[in-house]
Each structure stands twice: as C-alpha cells, then as structure tokens.
Design a protein around this ligand. Structure first.
Ligand SMILES: *Cc1c(COP(=O)(O)O)cnc(C)c1O
Length: 346
C-alpha cells in the first residue's frame, strides 16, 4: 500500500526566500515557522533557511522556539510571541529567545522571571493596532513602555522591539493600524527608548504595501510558495511542496488513488482537478484512504498523480484548492496528517 507523499523542494524554498528578501530590502526577513513550518517540517525549514542566510525565525510558541534554538545554535534570533507559562518563560530567557509581550500581566511575569533567574528578557512590546488579538491598547501603552524601561534600567530586560499584526482586510484598516503602530513607536522614543526592531507586516502587506514595512517583515506563506487568497500567483514565488499520490487500482475506467480523508485531505474537494500523466483530471469521490479520479488513456497502477503543486501537470496550487472550500492555502498543508510521507527533494 503506497502512501501519499508530500515532496518538499529545498531549492524552491531558498529561491522564494531570496525573492522575498530582495523585495523587502532594506527591511529584514523573519521567517515564520509556526505550525511545523506550515506543514513542511520545522527542522528542515529552519536548517535550510539558516544555510540560505536567514537570521530571524518566528515560532508562535516558546517550545517551538526552543526547538529552533537547539537546531540552529546561538546565532539565530528566535521570536516567540504567544503568552506562556512561567516554566516556559524561564527556558526562553535562558536560551535567549526574543519574547513578544502584549499584556501587562505577561510583562510583569516576564520581568519577575528575569529577576528570579538573573537573565534579562529580550522584549518586543505589542501594540494592539486593531486586530484585538493580544496587544496593549493605546491607553495602556505609555505604562507598558515605562514598565519595560524600568526593567531595562534594572538590568532585567532589553527593550528590543515594537510590533503588531495587521488584519489585512482592507488597505484603509491597515493604514489606520500603521498610524497606531507609528504613534506607539513615537511614544516609546519620547522616553529615550530605541527599540531597534519594528515589525508589522506578514506576507501580503510586506509584498504589496512597502510603506507599511518596519525594519523587519514576518513572512511565512510566501516563503513556502503559498499565495494569498484572491490574489494572483506571484512571479518568482513557487510552491515548495507538492502532494503526490499513486494509482492503486483501476475501476470502471477511473483511477483509484491512495489519498483520502484520513490523510487530512478535505472530502469537500470533490470536483477539484489534479495533475495526471495525461494532464488535468477531476476528483470524482473522496473516501477515507482513497479517492477516485477520472481516468485517462493508458493509465496504469503505480502512476503518479499530483494533487497540488506548481501546476506542471495541470494541478492547482494549495491556495486555489483552498479557495474552493473557503479556507486558506496554509490549511490544506497543515491539515495533512502523519500518514502523508514527507520527503525532501533538491
Ligand atoms: C502567521 C503569522 C505571520 C506570517 O503570516 P503569513 O501571512 O503566513 O506571512 C506573521 N505574524 C504573525 C503574528 C503570525 O501569526
């Protein structure tokens, strides 16, 4: 029984990273590696990216940040932004992770842990610029800055950065978010603080709204070659992963292929096209471990079918599949289960 395979192309990943990096210059790139590097595999992603010259990594949580530190050593900068437990804060401080801090409660705990173990925290304060998903609101900001400055003076913190996250729902809203973000930086600098790392944008805004970039861009999707919903493909950004399955059986002139719901492939994708040796064919039905595809002349057991990828066989990319079922390209990748074999190519 042949398992479906997620083929991961290192050369494409490095090339996407290069494309993004040169696009956002002089801002720096922080590669976002949450959700197991968007389903591509954390260790592979951070190792390849470091060899490709990436210096900053964004991990969402501290345990993943610690994994990145173990894999890459001391020179990597690792940013973990979700509120965490005291034990995890301790480990993060000892391993010199950069911490995103977006509430007074968390800031207080981070400083208390820094005092307790005698290692200063590298803090990036988050201003809530409208998404209401963690972050100091404008009214709390001056106090947060004062608190982190006091900790800095006591040797318990370094005020490394200011950051926020955009809704990317409309340009107007993103402009308003940037206004709040810049005002927060102004308030901080009035105290004499010099947070050197200022980051606001993810893939789409980093690419299309240069005026919103700070000194660093947090980019996940585009580095993996996943385009945004309702946006065109981008020249120079190529899907890093392709999902390949094998013809296991021929039934009534159709191909029975080894990929199904148990592999994390959404059964709602019936009707979507896949790439076969004879070109584009439609998915007719999706079961637990197999799916049925319209056949082609000369099809044979063992033939490969590309379910998503760069389009070479007529298949769609992950975002185009996602658009059929009202989700995002990242989801198509991150939902794939461990039944899917991940292999590294070129
Ligand atoms: C996921 C995430 C990113 C990266 O978003 P992409 O659209 O994948 O580039 C950046 N910042 C934060 C806070 C995120 O959660």
């Amino acid at each position: 029984m042949s398992r479906p395979e997620l083929r991961i192309h290192t050369d494409r990943f490095i090339s996407n990273i290069e494309t993004v990096r040169s696009r956002v210059l002089p801002a720096h790139l922080m590669l976002v590696v949450k959700d197991n590097a968007y389903g591509h595999g954390l260790e592979w992603a951070v190792g390849a990216a470091q060899r490709g010259g990436v210096g900053w990594f964004g991990t969402f949580d501290i345990p993943t940040g610690l994994e990145v530190r173990r894999a890459l050593g001391e020179s990597a900068r690792v940013f973990a932004w979700t509120t965490s437990t005291d034990d995890e804060i301790d480990a993060a401080l000892l391993q010199r992770l950069d911490l995103g801090v977006g509430s007074a409660e968390y800031l207080e705990r981070v400083i208390a842990r820094a005092r307790s173990i005698g290692v200063p925290a590298r803090a990036h304060l988050k201003i809530d610029s409208g998404l209401h998903r963690n972050g100091f609101v404008s009214d709390e900001w001056a106090q947060a800055v004062a608190d982190v400055r006091r900790a800095e003076a006591a040797g318990l913190a370094e005020f490394v950065g200011v950051w926020s996250h955009l809704a990317e729902a409309s340009d107007d809203e993103d402009d308003e978010s940037q206004r709040i973000f810049l005002e927060a930086i102004r308030v901080a600098s009035e105290t004499g603080a010099t947070p050197a790392v200022r980051h606001l944008t993810a893939s789409a805004a980093s690419w299309w709204r240069p005026e919103l970039r700070g000194t660093m861009c947090r980019v996940g999707a585009f580095c993996y070659g996943i385009r945004s919903t309702d946006s065109p493909d981008i020249n120079g950004i190529v899907p890093v992963a392709e999902l390949v399955a094998t013809v296991l059986e021929i039934a009534d002139g159709n191909a029975v292929v080894g990929l199904g719901g148990f592999d994390g492939f959404p059964s709602s994708l019936v009707g979507a096209p896949v790439g076969t040796p004879a070109g584009r064919r439609d998915i007719l039905a999706i079961g637990e471990t197999t799916m049925r595809i319209s056949g082609w002349a000369g099809m044979q057991i063992g033939d490969s079918v590309r379910v998503f990828g760069a389009g070479g066989l007529g298949e769609e990319n992950a975002t185009a599949l996602a658009e059929r079922i009202d989700t995002v390209g990242e989801e198509i990748l991150t939902r794939l289960t461990t039944r899917v074999l991940r292999t590294i190519a070129g």
